[in-house]
Ligand binder design. Structure first.
Ligand code: HEC
Length: 124
């Protein structure tokens, strides 16, 4: 691939999707609220608050957070954030707070998406 095409490709691939690690997404999007516990958000590292959330299960917690819960804006307020990137950021926060979750595989992503679809349908 020549340099121009390579740069173009990079520009396209970075602008169309937000592909990052859970930690990067957390720092760029979620930390605004979750570092200090803004608006009563569960603070990263707060094992007590996260212990309860972790018990809800990874599929449910990820899907509900993605859709938005009270003070928690849908997708963390970032409209172009995909489910997988959001899910990995949730894993990062949970694991900084006493959890031991893995980034979701295809099968789990399917379940998360199914729950998101169900909730979207219920809202209409
Ligand atoms: C504008 C502030 C804000 C931002 C930005 C934000 N959150 Fe939140 N989040 C909240 C608040 C407030 C709650 C608590 C909601 C409640 O239970 O009342 C919350 C709750 C959550 C929960 C628990 C949901 C549940 O079912 O109880 C998860 C998971 C979560 N956030 C993940 C994220 C992730 C991942 C990001 C970044 C992609 C993010 N948040 C960005 C404010 C924010």
């Amino acid at each position: 691939m020549n340099k121009t095409i390579g740069a173009l490709f990079l520009a396209l691939s970075t602008s169309s999707t937000w592909a990052a690690t859970g930690e990067e997404t957390y720092k760029a999007v979620c930390s605004t609220c979750h570092t200090q516990g803004v608006a009563n958000s569960p603070k990263i590292g707060d094992a007590k608050a996260w212990g309860k959330l972790i018990k809800e299960g990874q599929v449910n917690l990820t899907a509900d957070g993605y859709m938005g819960v009270r003070g928690m804006p849908a997708r963390g307020g970032r409209a172009d954030l995909g489910v997988a990137d959001f899910a990995n950021a949730v894993v990062y926060m949970a694991n900084q707070s006493g959890g031991n979750w893995q980034n979701p595989d295809e099968a789990m992503l399917k379940k998360i998406n199914a729950r998101i679809d169900k909730r979207s349908a219920a809202k209409k």
